[in-house]
Structures are given as C-alpha cells and as structure tokens.
Design a protein around this ligand. Sequence first.
Ligand code: AHR
Length: 503
Amino acid sequence: MIETTLTLRADAPIGTISPRLYGHFAEHLGRCCYDGLWVGLEQKDIPHYEGFRADVVEALKLLPVPLLRWPGGCYADHYHWRDGIGAPAQRPIRLGMSCGLQVEDSNALGTHEFLALCRMLGAEPYLAGNVGSGTVQEMCDWLEYCNSTVASSLARERAANGSPAAFGVKLWGVGNENWGCGGHFDAYSYAIEYRRYATMLQHVDPTAELVACGHDDDWNKAFIQANQRHLWLMNHFSIHRYWINGGPETGFSEQQYYELLTEAHETEDFVVRTAGYLHEAQAGSNEQRNKRKIGIALDEWGVWHPEAREWGPDGELHRDPNTYEQANTLRDALAAAVALEGFHRQCDVLTLANLAQIVNVLQSVLMTDGGQMWLTPTYYALQLHLPHLGATAIPVEVTHGTAQPHSGSQQISAVTATASLKDKATALTLINRHYDQAASVTLNAPASSVKIAQLLAADDPRAQNSAAQPDRVKPVALPVHADGTGRWRIELPAHSMATVVLE
Ligand code: AHR
C-alpha cells in the first residue's frame, strides 16, 4: 500500500481552466464522421437528429464537448468547402483522402451540417482550412461565407442555404501538419505561406482567431524565427502529440503500461518548451503588437496504438486494412488524465486542446457498431474532469509519496492530482498510477463536506468496454473519510482515478 499526502495550494492560483482545453476532433477518417457521427437524413434504422446519431449526440452532450475541430487532420488539406454546401443531391462525390485511406466522399456532412452539430452539442466550432491543395482565396471565401454580416454574394448564398445569420466561427486553422501530409513544406516556406493566408484572412474577419501549424522543436523554432516580425498574425500555435511507446493496445506488459503513462506525462514538457520559444521571440521583438498573447493549441493529442498505424514502434502489429480504430482501455483513460493534469498546470499558456478523435477513430470517447453505441473508459476520464471546466487551477503538492516505477530521472509520484476552485467548491482529480499497489491518500484541504466522490477503476488496466459489456469500466461512488481537522482520507485501488469535490 502506498501512503501519499497531498496539499492544495489555494494561495497560488495558476489560471482559469478554459473549457477549450476539453476540445475534441472529428475528421473525415474511417468511421469517425460518416457512420460514427453522421448516419444521414435518409437513415431509418438508427434514430438521428438531422442526420446525426441521436445516441451519440446525447452521450456527447453529457460529456460535454465545449470545442470541436473539423474536417481534419490530413483530410483538411484536400477539402474544398464548396463541395459540402447546397442541396445534398447536387453535391459532388469526391475522392475522400486522409492518412492513406481513399473513400467515396458524398459530402453530405458539410459546413451547415457540422455547425448544426456544434449547436446541438453546445460546442464551439474550430474549422481547419486547406493550405495543401487550396488557395488563399478559397479559405478567405469560406471565412466570408461563415462570418460576414455584409450582404455579399457569399453571405446571401449562406442565407439561401438556410443560415441568414452569420455563424461567427472564431477559430480557423491555417492548414494541418503542413510539414507532412499538408504539403511537406519546410518551416521557412510555410512561414511565408502562413503570413499570406493570415494577412488576407484578417482582412476578411479581424476577429477570427488564426492557428498556425507547428511540428517538432526544430520546426517550431525555425517557423517562429522566420515570422518574428509578424507574430501578431498568429493567435494560436498548433502542436500535436500522439503517444506511441506503450506497446500493444491490450497485450501490454507492466513496463509498457508505465511507458505510456510517462509519455503522456511528458506532453506537458512539449507544451512548456513550445511556449518558451514563443515567449523568447516575443520578448526579443520591439513591436508592441508582437507581444500580444499567442496560445499553444494542442489540437491533436492522445494515444495511437500500433494496431492502428503502420509506422512507429511496433507498427508491424497494425491491422489490415487499417481502419484507425483501436481498443480503449482503463490504461488509456489514465493516460488521458495524466495529460489533463499537465493541461491544468499550463492553462496560462495552453489555450486549446483536441483529443483525437471523437468517435470510433484512435482514442475515441464513443464507439459504435451498427445500432449499438458504448462509452469508452476515456469518456469517463474526461467526464470526471467536468467540475474543473472554467474553474481556477491551483497547484497540488505531493508532500509525502512514492515514485512511480519506471519514471526514470523524473521521479514522478505514483499518486498525483490536479485541483481547481469554483463557486466555493474545491475539485480534486487524483490518479493512482501504480500498476499493482493501492494507495491511501491523506488530503490537506479545508472543507466541511463532500459533494461528489467518484472512482474509475477495474481489476485490470487492460479492461475495456464493448457492445457486449458496455459497463465494465464506469465510475462508481467512492467513500471519502474526514478526520474533522481538515484532513481527508481517500483510498484508491491500483491503476485508478477519482474525482472528489469538497465544499
Ligand atoms: O488523427 C489522425 C491524423 O494524425 C490526422 O489526420 C493528422 O493530422 C495526424 O497525423
């Protein structure tokens, strides 16, 4: 049994946990958009709202989904928005392409449909534009079509297609992974291209928040340096982080269990380093406009198991054909929670994040099979974080604890937690990362009652849900004991997480 003592530092607030840190990502890839979200207006067997699966929409509303990025991913740099507007029967059938898949693409799910889904979910939309095979004018037209309140031909066309009111989409990605599938640009060439796009887009809608595409440290430093005089053209800087070192999706060893959690933990370092490059460039600029805040947009993150990819460690384990679908176990849920701790700690520099992807593909929160739908452990991990959205993040100190095995020189505590304050309540989400030891946690927190206490656990970190066993991993009530002197005792099984809200 591990003994850990945690102390909350309400005296040292970090910042507000923006709901945008709990964003999702829907790409036209495999069964994410078509089948997972969209079953079509003609569908008779699966109940739907305007073409979107009713069971999926209802489950997502409860998550919730504050932000949704679409239509890619790599798909975005092939996507021509005009293909997806107007009468569905008139829309062209294109070759749909992303990540090596080629499909018939009916374009039935286009701009109006996606934005209707966002309205149903209460999600803020985030549109990714096409740099790879598009033009500046094409993206400017999409922005004007969505946002213009001037009665231009594009705005009139939007009205004729059912939306007289402007959509007011704030977030616009200028391409996606343009260092790779988005055109294999080098950082310098993309920096020039970005400047041209951003300048013209800002003329169309100065209130749009533009997201530039980043990559690894070398690319990020080179891009920022190339655009040092034009940093003001950027609101957010995008980075992606997929965890690929945890071995097989379910047949992982104890060591691989820890490797995945450690990789998830290190996501924070990448955010911090990237923010540091931006900060340095801003500090070195003489122009005031270059000093305005640029956020880090971690607009794709999560675990990418070898069964769902042909590259990287253990890539030979991939399924044939690769559908980008993978198992989602309790280990994956814990990894997501580990990353979220870092998001909260960095909430003053990290401005948005999108888990990849929302349904069926990669680390999805929901899975579907015909008329069946079930929630993954990752769904519940995110739902346990609900009390933190919009709250003030505060540090949690491990004043006594045990190091997580295989955490290397980092000496990560086996029990960690994130905390926040909202409406006189203190929310705490704890993780016992230990593979096979339970933890007894003493929490120093001045509070008089427990409002919520829920545990996500299973006998095996490999446990997952399925159509046949949809409730194998789901939250249960957790007993929390007070000693009457501001100390609380929380018992966590091995490989588990919990949320406690105290008042
Ligand atoms: O999420 C799957 C793919 O991963 C996306 O299309 C791309 O942006 C990334 O490489």
